[in-house]
Write a protein that binds this ligand. Structure first.
Ligand code: AGP
Length: 609
C-alpha cells in the first residue's frame, strides 16, 4: 500500500501535492517524493522517511513553479525503504516519471528485457520498469504508451505517469490498487484516496480496473486498454475530511478489518508459478537448505504468537518436521536446544518487537537458519533474518492487529507449502487442495464481512457481559486465543482463550449462567469433539456462540447462536474463522464506548523487554 497523487491545473502543483501526500500518509511512510513537469525536463525530489523529511529537503531546494506534477508516499513492498528506491522513478532520459502503488509480478522478466535493450536501472523497485517501458514508446502519445504498459505488466498497478514532452498532461491507470479522479474547475487530480484532493473539490470519479485516464486542466478522458472511450461516472463526496481519511469508516480498526480481502490478495500476489504451485522466490533459501532442516521453532509475541500457533500445526501436518513454538520473551531465557539444522521462524508485523528480535539473535548465534515474517520492509527482523517473507498488509494504524494477523496466517501457510514441496512431504493432490483453498480466501473473507450486521446484533446483546471463554481445538485453538485477545485489548473484558478439551481439568468450574462461551469448530479432525465440549459448557449454564463452517448443521444443535464461514481446508479456515471474532470484539468495544484505535495501556510496537 502506498499513496499517490497527481495534479494538473493552474496553481503551483507543489503546494497541492505535499498536503495531498500528508493526507495519504496513513497508506505508507517509508519514503516520499514529488515530480514536477516542465518542457525542459522533469524535476524530482525524493527522500527516505516521512513526508516531513521530504518537506525539509524541499525547503532547501529551488523548485520550478510547475502546474503539473505528482507525488508518492511509500510503503515498501519491493526494495529497501531508501531514497534511491523512493518514488517517483524516472527513465534513462529523465523525461518520464512514474509513481506506482501495487506489485508488478512480472517485473523481473520485464527488467531483464529492458536491460538487454540497454536501459540502466537506478533502483531495486519493480516500479522502475514502467518508466523504461514508457521510454521505449516515446513515439506514442503518453496515454497510448501507458495503455501498452498496462497490457504487458501483470499484477496490481495504480500508476501516475508524466512526460516532459507532454508537460500539460497527467496519465493514470489502474488494476487492483485504488485510483480516484478529482474533477475540479480548471484543474484535475488523481489520487489513491479522496482525502488527497477533498480540500479542492468534492466531484470525483472512481477509476475501474484496466482503465487509463488522461487529465489536462480542463478534461478527464477515460479509456479501456484498447483505447475505447469509457463514460466518466461522476460522484459527489459527502464525507468530511476526517471521515474520508478513514475511507468513510468510523475507525481505522474497522477499515483495516474490511481491508482484509485486498490485503490477503496482495499477500498472495506473485507467489505462485505458472502451474499454480507456491513459489517463494524472494526467500532465497535453497531447497537443499530446507531439506537439511530437522526441527523448527516459531517465536513471536501477542497476536503474532497466535499466527505461530497455526504455523506449528501447518508445518507439522504438511512437512512432518517436529515444530515447537515459543512466546519470544520465554524463548530467550529458557536455553532452547538449537543447532545449524534448526529452522527458526520469527514473526512480527512491525519487525521491531524487542523480545522477538532478541529471540532470533539468539537463534542466529546458535547457527540456526532464521526466517522472518514481517509486514514492514527492511525492519530490524527483516534485516537480521537469513530470509524474509513479507505479509504486504499495508500500514496498520489501529493498535489491535487485524489485517496483519490474517496476512501472517496466509504467508505462513504459503511457507508451509513451500517447505512441503521442497521436502516432498505432501502429495500433489494435497498440495493442490490446500493451494486452491488459500487462493479462495480473499473472496471468502469478503463473504464473511457481509455477516457484520448479524455479529453486531450479538455484540449489543453481550455489551455488558463480564466473562467470556473462547474455546477451540487444533487449528481452531489459535483462532480462539486471538478472539479472546482482541476482546481483552479493545473492550477491556475478561476473556480467556483455552483449548476446548482442557476445560474439564479445571476452568469449567467458572462456567455458570451469564458466562458467554465462544466455540470455534472448523477443523474437521476435531469438530465433533469440540461440539461435545461445548455441550459440557451449555450444561453448566454457559451461553454458547459458535463459529462453524457453512452447511454444518450439527453445530446448530449445540449453539445458542452460530455464525457460518465458508468451508475451507483445515488450517486454511483459520483465516476466515477469525474475522467474526475481530468484528465481535470491535462491536462490543464500541458499544461500551471505547476508542478501539488507541486502547488504554497499549503501544502498537513494543520495543522494550
Ligand atoms: C495485537 O493486537 C497486539 N497489539 C500485540 O499483541 C502485538 O501482536 C504484539 O505486540 C506483537 O507485535 P509484532 O507483531 O509487531 O511483533
Amino acid at each position: 500500500m502506498c499513496g499517490i497523487v497527481g495534479y494538473v491545473g493552474s496553481r503551483s502543483a507543489l503546494d497541492l501535492l505535499v498536503p495531498g501526500l500528508e493526507r495519504l500518509e496513513y497508506r505508507g511512510y517509508d519514503s516520499a517524493g514529488v515530480a514536477l513537469a516542465e518542457p525542459e525536463g522533469i524535476r524530482i525530489v525524493r527522500k527516505a522517511g516521512r513526508i516531513a523529511d521530504l518537506e525539509r529537503v524541499l525547503q532547501g531546494e529551488p523548485m520550478p513553479a510547475a502546474t503539473v506534477g505528482m507525488g508518492h508516499t511509500r510503503w515498501a513492498t519491493h526494495g529497501a525503504p531508501t531514497t534511491s528506491n523512493a518514488h517517483p522513478h524516472r527513465d534513462c532520459t529523465g523525461r518520464v516519471a512514474v509513481v506506482h502503488n501495487g506489485i508488478i509480478e512480472n517485473w523481473a522478466e520485464l527488467k531483464a528485457e529492458l536491460v538487454g535493450n540497454g536501459h540502466v536501472f537506478a533502483s531495486d523497485t519493480d516500479t522502475e520498469v514502467v518508466a523504461h517501458l514508457v521510454e521505449e514508446l516515446a513515439d506514442l502519445p503518453l496515454e497510448e504508451a501507458v495503455r501498452q504498459v498496462m497490457r504487458r505488466a501483470e499484477g496490481a498497478l495504480a500508476l501516475v505517469v508524466i512526460r516532459a514532452d507532454e508537460p500539460d498532461v497527467v496519465v493514470g491507470a489502474r488494476r487492483g490498487s485504488p485510483l480516484v479522479v478529482g474533477l475540479g474547475e480548471g484543474e484535475n487530480f488523481l489520487a489513491s484516496d479522496i482525502p488527497a484532493f477533498l480540500a479542492y473539490t468534492r466531484r470525483m470519479a472512481v477509476l475501474e480496473d484496466d482503465r487509463v485516464v488522461r487529465l489536462d486542466a480542463d478534461t478527464a478522458t477515460i479509456t479501456d486498454l484498447d483505447g475505447n472511450p469509457v463514460a466518466v461516472q461522476e460522484r459527489h463526496v459527502e464525507w468530511d475530511l476526517e471521515a474520508a481519511e478513514k475511507g468513510g469508516y468510523p475507525t481505522f480498526m474497522l477499515k483495516e478489518i474490511y481491508e482484509q480481502p485486498q490485503a490477503i490478495a496482495d499477500t498472495l500476489r506473485g507467489r505462485f508459478d505458472q502451474a499454480g504451485r507456491v513459489r517463494l522466490r524472494e526467500l532465497e533459501l535453497s531447497d537443499d537448505v530446507l531439506r537439511a532442516v530437522d526441527k523448527v521453532f516459531v517465536v513471536a509475541c501477542g497476536t503474532s504468537y497466535h499466527a505461530a500457533m497455526m504455523a506449528k500445526y501447518a508445518i507439522e501436518r504438511w512437512t512432518r518436521l517436529p515444530t515447537e513454538i515459543d512466546i519470544a520473551s520465554e524463548f530467550r531465557y529458557r536455553d532452547p536446544v538449537l543447532d545449524d539444522r534448526t529452522l527458526v521462524i520469527g514473526i512480527s508485523q512491525s519487525g521491531e518487537t524487542a523480545d522477538t528480535l532478541a529471540a532470533i539473535r539468539y537463534a542466529k548465534a546458535q547457527g540456526s537458519v532464521v526466517v522472518g515474517v514481517s509486514n514492514v520492509v527492511d525492519s530490524s527482523l527483516a534485516r537480521e533474518a537469513d530470509a524474509v517473507l513479507y505479509t504486504r498488509a499495508g500500514p496498520e494504524i489501529g493498535v489491535a492487529a487485524t489485517k496483519t494477523f490474517t496476512t501472517q496466517l496466509v504467508a505462513l501457510q504459503l511457507f508451509g507449502l513451500h517447505l512441503a514441496r521442497a521436502r516432498g512431504s505432501l502429495d500433489d493432490g494435497a498440495i493442490e487442495l490446500l493451494t486452491s483453498g488459500i487462493r479462495a480466501l480473499p473472496d471468502q473473507v469478503r463473504r464473511v464481512l457481509e455477516l457484520d450486521g448479524e455479529i453486531a446484533e450479538m455484540a449489543s446483546r453481550w455489551a455488558g457481559t463480564r466473562d467470556f471463554f473462547f474455546l477451540g481445538r487444533s487449528g481452531d485453538f489459535p483462532v480462539a486465543m486471538e478472539g479472546a485477545l482482541k476482546l481483552k485489548e479493545i473492550a477491556y473484558v475478561r476473556a480467556e482463550g483455552y483449548p476446548a478439551g482442557e476445560m474439564k481439568h479445571g476452568p469449567i468450574a467458572l462456567i455458570e449462567p451469564g458466562v458467554v462461551v465462544v466455540g470455534v469448530a472448523t477443523d474437521s479432525h476435531v469438530r465433533q469433539k469440540t461440539f461435545a465440549n461445548m455441550e459440557e459448557m451449555r450444561a453448566r449454564g454457559g451461553e454458547i456462540f459458535m463459529v462453524v463452517e457453512e452447511g454444518d448443521e450439527a453445530a446448530r444443535k449445540v449453539a445458542d447462536h452460530a455464525i457460518a464461514v465458508p468451508a475451507a481446508p483445515d488450517l486454511v479456515c483459520t483465516v476466515t474463522a477469525v474475522v467474526p471474532l475481530q468484528l465481535l470484539a470491535y462491536h462490543i468495544a464500541t458499544e461500551r464506548g471505547f476508542d478501539v484505535d488507541k486502547p488504554r495501556n497499549l503501544a502498537k510496537t513494543v520495543t522494550v523487554e
